[in-house]
Design a protein around this ligand. Structure first.
Ligand SMILES: [Zn+2]
Length: 129
């Protein structure tokens, strides 16, 4: 399982970004389609890892990010269609030594915070992972 270390890292970043006295109501996470993490496991681990913290009742919002490869042969980027059926190839020229430029990473995009026992007030941008 790769999801637990991802969630621990994301939760650490989110908690560090939350202002004192505020609780986290939403955690927005972008996960590349090549990132070896299942959203349902991320959600499940998040519920466990956040227990007892100010993120305990936060929603975890996961956006999947398309995988992109760059082809050094023709110079174009192409979007990978998943699931992969064979080696990574350029969808324009078929060259098979393409470089993955997006889709393997995960990123904490933002968190929403609110004063404890109050409605959502603002959103804080954070850098990650
Ligand atoms: Zn190409």
């Amino acid at each position: 399982m790769h999801e637990l270390p991802i969630i621990e890292r994301v939760l650490d970043l989110a908690l560090a970004a939350a202002p004192p006295g505020e609780r986290i109501v939403a955690v927005k996470l972008r996960v590349g389609t090549l990132c070896d993490a299942e959203p349902q496991w991320l959600e499940r681990y998040f519920r466990v890892a956040a227990r007892g913290s100010v993120a305990e009742e936060a929603r975890l919002e996961i956006t999947r990010e398309e995988a992109l490869v760059y082809c050094p042969s023709c110079g174009k980027d192409s979007i990978l269609v998943l699931p992969l059926s064979g080696p990574l190839v350029c969808s324009f020229c078929g060259y098979d030594h393409v470089t993955v430029v997006a889709g393997m990473e995960y990123q904490l995009e933002s968190i929403e915070v609110a004063p404890v026992q109050a409605p959502v007030r603002n959103a804080a941008r954070v850098k990650g992972p």
